[in-house]
Design a protein. Structure first.
Length: 269
């Protein structure tokens, strides 16, 4: 008996577990319906609200309700094939309809709302329209995000390029300052004169009085490198002078020959 009772308990546990699983699966399927549906909703109304705000139906509405009652009588009577049962059903339904018709003028009904009838098709159409607008807006947002990402990438590249240019400019400025420190005083003086001439470039010709501002080599501070440079320049100038000497005599001979030729070609009067 103990083994049998344990077996029955196991079977009952298995059945209850399967039932619970099936119920959970059914609830999960119902909760994830792929279509729109309307759920019933119960609203409790107090008697005070019914007495103060509800009212009777107009006469036209009462006539429509009575016509609906009589329309509902026909299916109940037609479904009965036996004549006796048909008569009994007609009598029962007729009694209920007469009772409802007597109570209808005194029955309170809620007041008419702005949306008296619920048009499900119109609601679906509006939902489709809003869904299309949402899809268009979402696509527009995605396109704008892509454009923003492209512009941000371009901005990052340009910022990197500008940073590199600034670094190169700083390096060039540092190199220029370093070279200016190592520059010879004579070249520095020449650079300063060129800068002043560029600043005063509005005047095409400038006459400089040599008596007021004149810099000679003797005024420069003695420097071993400068002295060797001047010596080399003097040597070059001397060699150039020696090379040009014979050319001066040749130039004079060419001038005399040209004069003689001009005399020969003069026509006689």
């Amino acid at each position: 008996m103990a083994k049998r009772s344990r077996t029955e308990e196991n079977e009952n546990t298995t059945i209850s577990t399967a039932t619970t699983t099936a119920a959970a699966t059914r609830r999960r399927r119902e909760s994830t319906k792929p279509f729109a549906s309307l759920k019933p909703r119960t609203q409790n109304v107090s008697k005070r609200t019914i007495k103060t705000k509800w009212s009777n139906l107009p006469d036209a509405a009462q006539e429509k309700v009575r016509a609906m009652f009589h329309t509902l009588e026909r299916p109940v009577i037609v479904l009965q094939r036996d004549e006796r049962k048909r008569v009994e059903a007609q009598a029962a339904v007729g009694a209920v309809v007469k009772t409802l018709e007597r109570r209808l003028p005194r029955m309170p009904f809620p007041p008419m709302t702005k949306d008296a009838t619920f048009d499900y098709e119109a609601t679906l159409s509006e939902h489709r329209l809003l869904d299309a607008q949402l899809s268009t807006a979402s696509n527009t947002v995605d396109i704008l995000k892509m454009e923003i990402e492209k512009e941000e990438a371009l901005l990052a590249q340009e910022t990197k390029y500008v940073d590199e240019m600034e670094k190169n400019a700083k390096k060039a400025e540092a190199e220029r300052r370093r070279q200016m420190k190592n520059e010879h005083p004579v070249l520095r003086h020449i650079d300063q004169q060129q800068q002043h001439s560029n600043e005063d470039s509005s005047a095409p010709f400038v006459v400089v009085d040599g008596s007021q501002d004149q810099t000679a080599l003797c005024e420069i501070e003695p420097d071993q490198e400068l002295r060797s440079l001047i010596t080399q320049l003097n040597g070059h100038l001397s060699s150039m002078r020696n090379n040009i000497g014979p050319l001066v005599e040749l130039r004079e001979a060419i001038t005399e020959a040209q004069s003689s030729l001009d005399v020969l070609f003069i026509p006689a009067d």
